[in-house]
Design a protein around this ligand. Sequence first.
Ligand SMILES: [Zn+2]
Length: 120
Amino acid sequence: MKNILRNLKKIIRCGFALKCPRCCQGSLFQKRFKMFANCTECELKFEREQGYFIGPMYINYGATVFLVFPGYFALDLFNSIPFLVNFSLWGVVSAVFPIFFYRYSKSLWLNMDYILNPNT
Ligand SMILES: [Zn+2]
């Protein structure tokens, strides 16, 4: 946990730039949703084991909940829009946001895991 906090700036910088956690130069994605198997710059293998990318699902879920629940209650509190409109709006956001955030959740997961286990 200390390593994550100490390297938080690097995790955020490389994670949101969709760059390799080791060199912060090579791109993680060759297409919108297709990752490279290895870093094009330093050859770091991105998928370290079978099922490695289940972790990003938790990050994606957490980010979605972190966005949708406060957003729903903030709109409910400070606006007089009907319940059904507010509920529908955040329902759509909760369906679309994870698709948008998919690449970032994978990148953030990879960067966090690399900080914790750099040699594996
Ligand atoms: Zn690299």
